[in-house]
Design a protein around this ligand. Structure first.
Ligand code: HEC
Length: 141
């Protein structure tokens, strides 16, 4: 067994270790607090908060089929340029729609004869091209 003196030393050591541990926790907590105050506002944005009014999320989301059509596809599909089937030309679209929507998607994304890949919209995602095809098909049948 320990003598009294040894036991006291061990207790002192233990207390010291606890003190270091506690101050480390306190420091970590203070650091968290500071960095949370320094971080940009708006991680959590509830409806009705002023931050919810900022269109950040909306602007970075995918554009609608109508937007893509109006920006990229209308150049040819609005006028029928280069033999493109015109928006709303049901007779022109029926045989194309008959190929199945997946073929239309593939032709729109990869290109098909006079139809350039992605209708030249190079910043469009495949999904955005698909919703543009959906939009054109929905207006042409
Ligand atoms: C530079 C002109 C041009 C642009 C811009 C254009 N297209 Fe086309 N598109 C064509 C032509 C020409 C065809 C007909 C190709 C054929 O049948 O030989 C066509 C055909 C298509 C077809 C039918 C393919 C098939 O299998 O019959 C789809 C779907 C289509 N385009 C989608 C789009 C979409 C979506 C956009 C915009 C993102 C777009 N196009 C932009 C010229 C264009």
């Amino acid at each position: 067994m320990f003598s009294n003196k040894q036991g006291f030393k061990i207790v002192k050591l233990g207390l010291c270790a606890i003190a270091v541990f506690v101050s480390a926790i306190a420091f970590a907590a203070a650091k968290d607090d500071i960095s949370s105050r320094l971080s940009p506002v708006g991680d959590l944005c509830m409806a009705g908060d002023t931050c919810a009014a900022a269109p950040v999320v909306v602007a970075s989301g995918p554009r609608s089929g109508e937007d893509i059509y109006g920006k990229s596809c209308i150049a040819c599909h609005g006028s029928g340029a280069a033999g493109a089937p015109k928006l709303g030309d049901v007779a022109g679209w029926v045989p194309r729609i008959g190929q199945g929507i997946d073929t239309l998607y593939t032709h729109a994304i990869k290109g098909f004869n006079g139809m350039p890949a992605k209708g030249l919209c190079m910043d469009c995602s495949d999904d955005e091209i698909k919703v543009a095809v959906d939009y054109m098909v929905s207006k042409s049948q």
